[in-house]
Design a protein around this ligand. Structure first.
Ligand SMILES: NC(=O)c1ccc[n+]([C@@H]2O[C@H](COP(=O)([O-])OP(=O)(O)OC[C@H]3O[C@@H](n4cnc5c(N)ncnc54)[C@H](O)[C@@H]3O)[C@@H](O)[C@H]2O)c1
Length: 325
């Protein structure tokens, strides 16, 4: 297949590109290489992709309407994997405009491009954050998700609604994946596992929010990519006769881990104890996430299961190697 992959220099995007190329697909990666976190890390993720014949890259902003329309007019794709977005819950409190531009306007441009091509399948990133402060666990796709607690979450929920509209009106098959706290080598520096590792190695305190009373369903990157590829290969169909070819799946580990246990895992992998600074809950954050992956399992016969300890060890090995520490 020839695939348009947005957010190709990002954490999940670069891993996805690698797997697509390994199985023989060709990939056009786009990314605006913004400076939300170190651009050098994004370029380092791109470097091994650029060395492969099946990969090409264009520095494009999905929020640029004319550039996106020109791209879809210039090249035909068999499928689109849309991962470019402004990520992060806390940043959406201070920088709402980045979310409006990339996650809403940008998503609209992707849908328009797919519609214009009569595309076979759009797979896009949603997020566990759409569940907001829901307390019914595990989170299931059929649960109400009408009470987001951050603008980030609201944009992801909006993406699901926009995708449904295009599936309904234009029969565009769309599949949204609600990722649950993805971690692993080449990960994102703004996420807790990354910043905790850096702080512990530098002998600085780590900030433990909600006094450590949090639970997260952590999902290892290889599991995410496996699930994504399986979903990509099975274009969404309508759930009911006459319905829209539109699906949304959780993709998590189904095994929420307490924050203090998670910190223990990092300490063990580093062979050092963290200095902990206990703080209250932050705005926009949620106390717990827990994925039900039964729907995904039924759809593609796969659900993530890498144990946190294994994944954190692999991350720490990469971190030490990449930073030479
Ligand atoms: N990592 C997680 O735990 C997680 C959880 C839930 C959802 N997600 C979603 O998964 C997707 C990928 O996340 P990630 O962790 O790889 O994040 P990431 O920030 O590493 O990757 C996103 C990439 O998109 C690019 N980008 C941002 N805005 C853009 C724009 N307007 N035009 C073009 N490129 C743009 C960035 O430069 C970046 O390289 C995002 O949509 C994110 O919201 C991630």
């Amino acid at each position: 297949m020839h695939i348009l992959l947005t957010g190709a220099a990002g954490f999940i995007g670069a891993h996805t590109a690698q797997r697509l190329l390994a199985r023989g697909d060709t990939v056009l990666g786009i990314d605006n290489l913004n400076s939300y976190y170190a651009v050098a890390l994004k370029q380092a993720r791109l470097a091994p992709l650029l060395a492969q014949a099946g990969f090409s890259f264009e520095p494009l902003d999905v929020a640029d309407r004319a550039a996106m329309a020109a791209l879809f007019a210039r090249q035909r794709f068999d499928a689109v994997v849309h991962l470019a977005a402004q990520a992060g819950v806390r940043y959406s409190i201070t920088h709402p405009e980045a979310y409006l531009d990339s996650n809403l306007t940008g998503f609209g441009h992707i849908l328009e491009g797919c519609r214009a091509q009569g595309l076979g399948h759009l797979v896009y990133a949603s997020s566990s954050s759409v569940y907001g402060g829901n307390t019914k666990m595990p989170f299931e796709e059929s649960d109400p998700v009408d009470h987001p607690v951050s603008l980030y979450a609201a944009t992801k929920k909006a993406n699901e609604l926009m995708a449904h509209t295009y599936s309904h009106l234009y029969r565009l098959p769309t599949t949204g994946l609600r990722f649950f706290t993805v971690y692993g080598p080449w990960g994102r520096p703004d996420m807790a596992y990354f910043s905790f590792t850096r702080a512990v190695l530098e002998g600085r305190p780590i900030q433990v929010f909600n006094h450590g009373h949090m639970k997260r369903d952590f999902t290892y990157i290889d599991d995410i990519v496996e699930g994504l590829l399986r979903v990509l290969d099975k274009p969404a169909t309508a759930e009911k006769a006459g319905g829209a070819p539109c699906r949304v799946f959780n993709i998590g580990n189904q095994d929420p881990v307490a924050l203090m246990e998670f910190i223990g895992c990092i300490e063990q992998a580093l062979g050092r104890e963290a200095i902990k600074e206990f703080l209250p809950m932050q705005d926009g954050d949620v106390p717990a996430t827990y994925a039900s992956t039964e729907a995904l399992q039924r759809w593609v016969g796969f659900a993530p299961s890498t144990p946190l300890q294994d994944g954190i060890h692999r991350f720490v090995r990469w971190y030490r190697d990449y930073h030479a520490v």
